[in-house]
Write a protein that binds this ligand. Structure first.
Ligand SMILES: [Zn+2]
Length: 123
């Protein structure tokens, strides 16, 4: 990729936000302010130097804001107003749906449903 500099901390897609937020590391489970995330330059498998945003906790190999390190606030938005936590299934994760299920499946009444008899929809 021309123009991509693996040593440019500011160009790294996993850099921490300009405005610090409380983050949680998936690897060590620690919580801390995101400004503590460290830029470290390491040598990759091909022998080239490559910088990574790393978890500041000793002996933790977590790295990358939004990769191993996430904001604690589920409503966190980055500088562009983008949500970090993208909810694909916004329906509800409450696991409180069992009641509904038993109501509908228990009694398949003859007349209660609207589209029970398989009539083709107009149009
Ligand atoms: Zn960590």
């Amino acid at each position: 990729m021309p123009g991509y500099d693996p040593l440019n901390a500011d160009a790294d897609p996993f850099r921490p936000p300009a405005i610090s937020t409380i983050v949680h590391c998936l690897h060590c489970g620690e919580e801390y302010d995101s400004y503590r995330i460290e830029w470290r330059v390491e040598t990759d498998s091909s022998g080239g130097a490559h910088g990574f945003w790393c978890c500041p906790i000793e002996n933790c190999d977590g790295r990358g804001f939004g990769f191993d390190i996430f904001p604690v606030d589920p409503d966190y938005r980055d500088e562009n107003g983008e949500k970090m936590w993208v909810a694909d299934d916004e329906e509800d994760d409450d696991c409180g749906d069992e009641e509904l299920d038993s109501k509908t499946s228990g009694n398949a009444g003859s007349d209660s449903g609207e589209n029970d008899d398989g009539e083709p929809l107009p149009g």
